[in-house]
Design a protein around this ligand. Structure first.
Ligand code: ATP
Length: 359
């Protein structure tokens, strides 16, 4: 089932939680809603589910206005951060619950319920836990059971609100791979709320970046990571170096160097900021006449395949972070205090508006 939201507006008192949000969630895809705490992700999810109503705007399920449809009719499955399993019921009964409470006419037979629960337990690879009670499970197992329970009623949409938020880093990583495999098997249209950028980039078909109740960017993980549409997205999706300077006729003058700034051809002088990822910086030993930003190596962490360098400019500006292959680091034979020159292989410039925000 495809989901569309059109011009959704939601206020709580005088606070605007969602401001004119319009989005498309294609059928069968897994979309991540990503953004900092309080940006409106959960509110949007609850509006799609029908648990909350928007002040204005529309939710379309398979092209049909959903406002008239009650939560039950929307055929939505939920998984929340805090597993809401029934403690006094076995795992088996927890999964069977949604089927047992169906109206008599729609309720499957006991044999069909047993078959369904068994196949769901196999799907989440926990068939050996059928007779246990929730307190006897690990956090990761409970979330997989919560997912099996949500899937039991064959939802047409699956909404996951930080489902792995309460788990430790290693289990989180395992479960997100597992969720991706499960999604590839079932292809239920799914929306996954997270504030963890790595999780969103690894799991989703498309990522929606939200900030302060608005959508900043939407695209595939590759597109949003490699071509951030705004300074916010740059900063939110991984580490980035900022070079503040003057922008004039397609050139940014910053950090004692000149960088091309295509698209910023204004002849008037303006403030501009160059954004460069640490792994998009080339590092060389300084030689007189070298082009680039002159820095000193303050500290290096060279563990594993990559060396992370902290570099300092003469004018005491913010430290620059560069990441280069460890082999290259060894080849350069660097030590703290050495003078180097760095050159961005890729840099994106945003003009800075009066008042401070870069665009
Ligand atoms: P988190 O990652 O912390 O869960 P979120 O992006 O999911 O954040 P929401 O839960 O959607 O954020 O909340 C968005 C904003 O709306 C927050 O500032 C929150 O305090 C506010 N808010 C949410 N629900 C209500 C409510 N029922 N009454 C008042 N304010 C609310």
């Amino acid at each position: 089932m495809s989901i569309e939201v059109h011009h959704i507006q939601k206020r709580f008192g005088s606070f605007t939680a969602l401001n004119d949000v319009s989005l498309n969630f294609p059928a069968g895809e897994l979309t991540a809603l990503l953004g900092p705490s309080g940006c409106g992700k959960t509110t949007l999810l609850r509006i799609i589910a029908g648990l909350e109503s928007p002040d204005s705007g529309q939710v379309l399920l398979d092209g049909e206005d959903a406002s008239a449809r009650h939560v039950r009719e929307r055929q939505v499955g939920f998984v929340f951060q805090h597993y809401a399993l029934f403690k006094h019921m076995t795992v088996f009964e927890n999964i069977a619950f949604g089927l047992r409470v169906k109206p008599r006419a729609q309720r499957p037979s006991e044999a069909a319920i047993r078959e369904k629960v068994k196949s769901l337990l196999e799907l989440v690879q926990l068939d050996w836990l059928a007779d246990r009670y929730p307190p006897q499970l690990s956090g990761g197992q409970r979330q997989r059971i919560a997912l099996a329970r949500a899937l039991a009623v064959e939802p047409r949409v699956l909404l996951l609100d930080e489902p792995f938020g309460a788990l430790d880093a290693k289990v989180r990583k395992e479960l997100r791979r597992w969720l991706r495999r499960l999604h590839d098997e079932l292809h239920v249209t799914s929306i996954f709320v997270t504030h963890d950028q790595e999780e969103a980039l690894e799991v989703a078909d498309q990522v929606v970046l939200m900030n302060k109740g608005q959508v900043e960017q939407i695209g595939t993980p590759e597109a949003v990571y490699n071509h951030p549409a705004s300074p916010f997205v740059y900063g939110f999706l991984g580490n980035v170096n900022l070079f503040h300077g003057r922008l004039h006729e397609g050139v940014l003058d910053a950090a004692g160097a000149r960088f091309e700034a295509p698209g910023h051809d204004d002849t008037r002088d303006a403030s501009g900021v160059g954004y460069v990822r640490p792994h998009d910086l080339d590092v060389e030993r300084y030689a007189p006449g070298a082009q680039g930003i002159v820095v000193q190596l303050r500290r290096a962490h060279a563990i594993g395949p990559l060396a992370q360098l902290e570099l300092e400019r003469d004018d005491n500006a913010e430290l620059i972070e560069a990441v280069i292959p460890n082999e290259r680091f060894a080849q350069l034979g660097l030590k703290n205090g050495d003078t180097l020159v760095v050159r961005p292989r890729r840099l994106q410039v945003f003009a800075q508006q009066e008042g401070g925000t870069a665009r």
